[in-house]
Design a protein around this ligand. Structure first.
Ligand code: SF4
Length: 565
């Protein structure tokens, strides 16, 4: 941490990240403060601040999404009449896809039933919620990434925001502005999956789950506009099978919105074996299946994006609190993989953290002894009950789709226990096999013939797009003259061991063409990091087989623009 003099701001509660969990938390805290003040002679007037790395609220929010309104109804009962963006789920099917065919499952597995739920854009939800939070006197600052945790000993005392105006050579530019130290009695981290602050803090404060490492999935998603009369708003289709292999966890989601828009997305578990797996290419392959090709024919790609989600479930959840800090939403793995839903759990986590934050403000004690109240509330909540019932779900997919279907059924019938409880699981990147192990010794893992191991795929530019064209539709961008926010700690490993063993999988798993291997001098390959393309999904940080990539926050305001996603 540099010793440069910086501006410092003292606040009572600091929320890092303006996703659904933290916005729900901020709104709830605003309500609780008002209720507290209405019945006491000693009112409090806490300064509550939300910081967000994107230029506008919702720009970095991407989700399916079929929305379970349970938490939202608790928070804002009038949500359904006020919020303009939701469509009620109508047709709701699970379909198994073969290469060219399909069959509908005779019954929708109960955890996947979406009766009474809504299809919506989560980005739109946050754009709707943020002004309501600000109406309560809570300040939201977009364009301010949380770059470093601030500690006194092992107590979290706030967050330093990112510097602005540092050149790619690491030198200060004329527009240099140092980040601000925001000192807070209570800091609430809601950075989404694999947040950079959480990554550092979980390691420093030993907050990782003692039972399982976290495992993740990556979702790649497009929004299309299709010809009139093609869609029925509210249709929700989930598919299994093609274009995934039976050894791979995941499936697609296809949601019909209003205004001729359709969402097409694919989630893939980041615990796959194939070192050449390319989530973007798999999504393109999905679209040539007759089910999608007919739906999208004559349509136009509007948006593209990618995000990771925590899939590990209850046993992978980190410790939810420490001295001065609580962790909410995807950062704390509030996601039910069995139901493919997490927004309602993330919001509920925020609301429980808000109740605990009020206690800390009133008592003047934000130590772990008080903030443990958050974990206690969770253990007694419907959120715990729901996550407990799915506690072994993702882990049981390690034997492939068909064995997992059996185990998922057994878990459903036994309240989540199944045949092994807890079901052991290594970290996702440990599943990846070397090129010779996966494709056979005849394939050289370097780029001289590695392509032979990859099935060819031709992008037609109409239905299927190459990665660069797709990334253009994420509308992502960063100030070019700044240090790369993708920090590779040992480039020697990339050029030697990784090339030989894994064929540099970064060029495949990154859905935004950030990592490129180009022809260089003297027959050597040149490694190039196109950081400006990054859509902040964190797949590289999670899936790199040597765990030497650190995603850190770029200059504030950089990244994708996911309005409507
Ligand atoms: Fe995602 Fe990493 Fe690629 Fe950025 S560089 S888009 S975080 S995989």
């Amino acid at each position: 941490m540099s010793n440069e003099a910086r501006e410092s701001l003292e606040v009572d509660v600091l929320f890092v990240g303006a996703g659904p969990a933290n916005l729900a938390a901020a709104y709830k805290l605003g309500q609780l403060v008002a209720e507290h003040n209405a019945k006491t002679d000693t009112p409090i007037e806490p300064m509550i601040v939300v910081i967000e790395k994107s230029a506008d609220i919702g720009d970095h929010i991407l989700s399916g999404a079929v929305f379970d309104p349970k938490a939202m109804r608790e928070l804002i009962p009038e949500f359904e009449t006020e919020a303009p963006f939701q469509t009620k789920v109508g047709r709701d099917e699970v379909i198994y896809l073969t290469d060219k065919g399909q069959f509908k499952l005779p019954i929708t597995p109960p955890p996947l039933s979406n009766e009474g739920k809504f299809v919506l854009s989560l980005s739109d939800v946050t754009k709707w919620l943020a002004p309501k939070v600000m109406e309560m006197g809570i300040q939201i600052f977009p364009g301010f990434p949380g770059a470093e945790m601030l500690y006194e000993g092992d107590t979290v005392v706030g967050v330093r925001t990112g510097d602005k105006g540092i050149g790619k050579d690491g030198q200060k530019k004329p527009n240099y502005e140092p980040g601000i130290d925001i000192k807070a009695k209570v800091t609430i981290l809601g950075e989404g999956a694999r947040g950079s602050l959480c990554k550092e803090m979980f390691a420093r404060l030993n907050m990782h789950s003692p039972t399982h490492p976290q495992v993740y999935g990556v979702g790649v998603k497009e929004i299309w506009e299709v010809p009139e009369g093609r869609l029925k708003a509210g249709t929700v289709l989930h598919t299994m099978g093609y274009p995934l292999k039976s050894e791979e966890f995941g499936g697609s989601f296809i949601y019909h919105l209003t205004d001729r828009k359709v969402i097409v997305g694919l989630v893939i578990g980041l615990d796959y074996k194939d070192p050449f797996l390319d989530p973007h290419q798999r999504l393109q392959r999905l679209k040539v299946h007759p089910l999608l090709a007919e739906m999208l024919e004559g349509g136009k790609l509007l948006k593209y994006g990618a995000a990771t989600i925590p899939e590990g479930g209850y046993y992978s959840m980190p410790k939810l609190y420490a001295d001065g800090v609580m962790v909410v939403g995807d950062s704390a793995a509030f996601l039910n993989g069995m139901r493919l839903k997490g927004i309602h759990l993330g919001m509920k986590s925020g609301m429980m953290a808000a109740e605990t934050a009020l206690e800390a403000l009133v008592s003047g004690d934000a130590s772990a002894a008080t903030l443990k109240g958050y974990a206690d509330r969770f253990e007694n909540s419907w959120a715990k009950q729901e996550l407990w019932g799915a506690r072994n779900f993702h882990q049981s997919f390690q034997g492939g789709l068909w064995s997992a279907m059996f185990h998922a059924g057994a878990q459903f019938l036994t309240g989540g226990r199944g045949l092994k409880d807890p079901w052991p699981a290594p970290a996702g990147h440990e599943h990846m096999k070397s090129v010779p192990d996966y494709y056979g010794a005849e394939y050289s893992p370097d780029r001289s013939n590695a392509g032979k191991a990859r099935p060819e795929f031709e992008f037609d530019g109409k239905l299927t797009m190459d990665k660069l064209t797709s990334v253009f539709h994420a509308d992502t961008g960063h100030e070019e003259d700044q240090p790369s926010h993708l920090v590779v700690r040992d480039l020697d490993i990339c050029h030697t061991r990784c090339t030989k063993e894994f064929g540099n999988p970064c060029q495949h798993f990154c859905p935004a063409n950030v990592y490129e291997w180009l022809p260089g001098d003297a027959g050597q390959q040149k490694f190039q990091i196109n950081f400006s393309n990054c859509v902040h999904c964190k797949t590289c940080d999670i899936m790199d087989p040597y765990q030497i990539i650190d995603w850190v926050t770029p200059e504030g305001g950089g990244g994708p623009k996911y309005a409507g996603m």
